[in-house]
Design a protein around this ligand. Structure first.
Ligand code: FEO
Length: 426
């Protein structure tokens, strides 16, 4: 049976040795059930922080959430004196990693703080002061601790603009911040000792990193060439067994779009609708027919009643254009449409084409509401939504067909950009 890391002695928190010169000085938060409002944490989380001892001084890498400061300082004091601390590295300034920073700076005033260049304004806001010493760093910068050195890799938007990773060159160890982390609390700490955390790892990626896939790929281009014996993330298990496996998994997840039969040069257009009396469905079918008349656009039609949301989110991530059809009920678009829209925050929608249509009985606000939401999600909505009162006439069906055709042509860049009169949007 494996030996548990000794986290306390006589009730006092202790550092956990990871190598001759590296210790874990983080904190466990097993009771947490929701993180940042949106993330579920079924068995809590950890706030991982580390100490690196070099021949000419000590570096502290990240701190913990404020309420866990006493464990952090007790662990730090078990392996270092404050006057030995030369360097404080913050890979990311979110409060779960900087809660103990102001007090650490008070206790080790000689230590220099190293942050990414993008973190400067955040640090000032966090400390509520403008004048203090720190060193902004970028990819390629290093700091020496004598016989140990730390190299910095700027990895923006994983998942804040400020995020960076720090590499302990002599031990091939990556302090990765939130990257490769997950919310999983287990006193056994190491990935080859803890319970099965695959679900947490994937869930964390899906909610925290997936919206920034392009940035994940850019970060991987920096990190993949590094020799790695260990990855030490800011949350969850410490990845000492097969660390490259987690890098590879990020590569797979950030590359994945649904396999499709779409040939190069073709665009994909998805039409989602829901219909109470069949009127919005008739509009959807006419839009579908109109769009299909345009060559090199692959059009698909989906009734929102026919599927769970997750497969639709995956489809939308890989699509070039998305059109939503909603009736207006009680002055609003209907819940299945809002449910799908609210699930799209985890993917990058910027510059995808959007469109909206729907039938209504009295007022028809739903179409405009969804249109506003699409613009808020950074979709391009080149043609105002189309609304039809109750049962569409033949003429109105024809206008739907044209709407679909125009949007499909727009996807291919075949329509002139249209100047929208603000009055049309009122
Ligand atoms: Fe773990 Fe983004 O803070």
């Amino acid at each position: 049976m494996s030996k548990l890391p000794q986290l306390t002695i006589n009730g006092l928190a202790q550092a956990v040795q990871l190598s001759e010169r590296v210790h874990w000085i983080g904190a466990l938060d097993p009771s947490l059930r929701t993180f940042d409002i949106i993330l579920k944490t079924a068995n809590g989380t950890t706030y991982n922080a580390y100490v690196v001892r070099g021949s000419e001084g000590i570096a502290v890498i990240d701190t913990v959430k404020e309420g866990f400061s006493s464990d952090f300082f007790a662990r730090l004091e078990s392996v270092a004196r404050y006057d030995e601390i030369k360097v404080i590295v913050l890979n990311h300034l979110e409060p779960d990693h900087t809660g103990a920073l102001p007090e650490l700076m008070r206790r080790a005033p000689q230590a220099r703080v190293y942050i990414s260049q993008k973190a400067q304004s955040m640090l000032k806001a966090l400390l509520k002061q403008d004048e203090f010493d720190y060193t902004p760093v970028m990819t390629g910068d290093q700091v020496s601790l004598g016989d140990r050195s730390l190299a910095f890799f700027h990895t923006p938007y994983l998942h804040w603009p400020d995020t960076q990773c720090t590499y302990l060159v002599e031990e091939q160890t990556l302090f990765s911040g939130d990257v490769f982390g997950c919310h999983f609390c287990d006193v056994r700490l190491f990935n080859d000792e803890v319970g099965d955390f695959r679900f947490s790892f994937e869930y964390y990626y899906a909610h925290i990193m997936r919206p920034f896939k392009d940035y994940v790929n850019r970060a991987l281009a920096l990190l993949e060439p590094l020799p790695l014996t260990t990855i030490l993330p800011a949350h969850g298990p410490l990845l000492r067994d097969q660390p490259k496996k987690y890098v590879q998994r990020y590569r797979e997840l950030s590359s994945a779009v649904l396999q499709s039969e779409i040939s190069t040069g073709e665009k994909t257009l998805l039409i989602f609708y829901i219909s109470s009396y069949g009127n919005t469905r008739r509009m959807a079918e006419a839009i579908y027919e109109g769009a299909m008349e345009v060559e090199h656009v692959r059009v698909s039609l989906y009734d929102l009643e026919g599927s769970e949301i997750t497969p639709f989110v995956d489809l939308i991530e890989g699509a070039d254009g998305i059109i939503f059809g909603t009736p207006t009920i009680n002055g609003d678009a209907v819940k299945p449409v809002w449910d799908l829209l609210s699930s799209l925050a985890v993917i990058n929608l910027k510059s995808k084409l959007g469109g909206v249509f729907g039938s209504y009985g009295w007022t028809g606000e739903g179409v405009k509401m969804v249109e506003d939401r699409l613009r808020g999600l950074k979709l391009r909505v080149p043609i105002p939504g189309i609304r039809i009162k109750l049962i569409p006439t033949d003429e109105e069906i024809e206008s739907c067909r044209e709407f679909g055709q125009n949007l499909a042509q727009d996807l291919l860049g075949l329509r002139q950009p249209r100047v929208i009169d603000m009055a049309d949007l009122a």
